[in-house]
Design a protein around this ligand. Sequence first.
Ligand code: IMP
Length: 193
Amino acid sequence: MPTFVLATANPHKTTEMSAVLATLGIEVLPRPEGLADVDETADTLVGNALLKAHAIMQASGHAAVADDTGLFVDALKGAPGVYSARYSGEGATDEQNVAKLLAALADSAPEDRTATFRTVIAVVYPDGREVVVEGVLPGVITDAPRGEYGFGYDPVFLPDLANGRTLAEMTLEEKNEHSHRARALRALGEVLA
Ligand code: IMP
C-alpha cells in the first residue's frame, strides 16, 4: 500500500484528505511534529503545493502530499486567489477573511458573485518525481455566512450543485463527495492507478 506523509497541519484538511485517500488505498502519515511552517512564497497554487511537498519529503524521507487552495472571485478579478489565507493580512482568521470578502462584494448583484474554489495537490517522491493535479468547484458567494461545518470560506461558498446549501451546511461526507479538494484527490487517484 503506498504511504504518503501529509504536509498539512490543518486538522480539517487532514480529516478530509485522509478520508478520501483511504478510499484510494493510500495510507497517510501525519505531518512530522516540530517542523517549521513552509513559507508559501510562490505566486501560483502549483508553486506553493510543490514547495510544501518538497519540504516535507525532505524532512521525512517519505513521499509527501501537499495541497494549496485558493478562492478565485470573478468580480474581484480572481482575488483573493493564491493569497486567500492572508486576504485580510498576515495571521488573519477565517472570520476576518470572510468579512473582508463580503465587504468587497457588498455592491455586487447576485449574478456578479460567481467564484471558483481551486485545489492543487502535489506529490513528491524521494527520487524527485512529482505528480500535480487540480480540482475545481464553481459556485457563488452568498451575502451572509451560513452553516456550522467546515472551515475557511465554506460558510459563504454556495457550490453550483443545485442543493441550495453552502459548503458549511454540508456534512464532512457530503463535502468530500463534491469539494474542490475531493475532486483533486480523485484526479490523483486516477493518475496513481
Ligand atoms: P491553504 O490551502 O491552506 O493555503 O488555504 C488558503 C485559504 O483558503 C485559507 O484561508 C483557507 O482557510 C481557505 N480554504 C482552503 N481550503 C478550503 C475549503 O475547503 N473551504 C473553505 N476555505 C478553504
